[in-house]
Write a protein of this length. Structure first.
Length: 273
């Protein structure tokens, strides 16, 4: 990716969602799930754990930085005997993602150690008038380090794997639910496209993603709307139309209801009419 283009996207279509540190307890696993347009970066500081991505297990040990790319089905699980302490950075990422390695190993004194700690502290403990600027400065440094390592230590990409036995059925369904234009095709159509019965498709999709097809569709649509609202480039009426709503009032109501369920931050940015 061209560096000037990358800088232009940072803060516009590349947005920091959160930075956290988790000191896990035994058996503190997440549900199997996926996130449209989100890049997850984890950095294991101590202990041991596992990340299952599209049916493949990755071992997380101290010094391991691990990527989960948008729309990948995944689950985190700490080791029962030696649960990990891990930093998590969640980034909303619209568009192409540079060729980042899935797994990156760093030494204890690498600069990324302090960068993960600083961005987490800034998100939770530091109150400054320039906090947002500082967050994106740190995010730029972290992504630059990860890109440098990925460019100098190329590995084969496995970002398009699907769960064993799923073939390309999940990819077919997700492609029809991604939008825009956002129009739910219906369970019968999705089942037909994937060669399943309606009941089989419903069970298959929930088993692979941790949510129903409609939940995935709504989450993806509202994440898309949130990005457009934040960019302030379109009117609410234009965004509502792109998201399949006939008027602004219905769109605003749906966005607020969805946000109140904590699937998105409970904010409807002010926008020009």
């Amino acid at each position: 990716m061209d560096q000037k283009h990358f800088i232009e996207k940072l803060g516009n279509k590349i947005k920091l969602i959160s930075a956290n540190m988790m000191i896990a307890t035994p058996f503190q696993s997440t549900n199997t799930h996926l996130h449209p347009d989100e890049l997850h970066i984890s950095y294991t500081v101590k202990g041991r754990g596992y990340c299952y991505v599209n049916g493949k297990r990755y071992i997380l040990t101290p010094g391991t930085i691990h990527m989960v790319f948008p729309n990948e089905v995944h689950k985190y699980q700490p080791d029962a005997n030696n649960p990990y302490t891990v930093y998590f950075i969640h980034i909303n990422w619209g568009g192409e993602i540079p060729a980042l390695n899935r797994i990156i190993k760093i030494r204890k004194k690498h600069s990324l150690n302090s960068l993960f700690k600083k961005i987490t502290d800034l998100c939770w403990n530091v109150f400054s008038p320039t906090a947002e600027i500082r967050k994106y400065a740190l995010l730029s440094l972290i992504l630059s380090e990860l890109l440098d390592i990925s460019l100098t230590q190329p590995t084969a990409s496995d970002r398009t794997e699907l769960p064993p036995g799923a073939d390309n059925k999940l990819a077919i369904a997700i492609a029809r639910l991604g939008g825009p234009p956002f129009k739910f095709p219906g369970i019968e159509k999705l089942a037909e496209l994937t060669g399943m019965s309606k009941r089989s498709f419903i069970n298959f999709f929930r088993r692979q993603t941790g949510m129903s097809a409609m939940e995935y569709f709504l989450r993806n649509k509202m994440a898309y709307a949130k990005n457009l609202l934040a960019s302030n480039e379109l009117t609410k009426k234009e965004i509502a139309f792109q998201c399949g709503y006939h008027n602004t009032q219905n769109f605003t109501r749906a966005f607020r209801i969805f946000s109140s369920k904590l699937l998105l931050p409970h904010i409807v940015p002010e926008n020009k009419e």
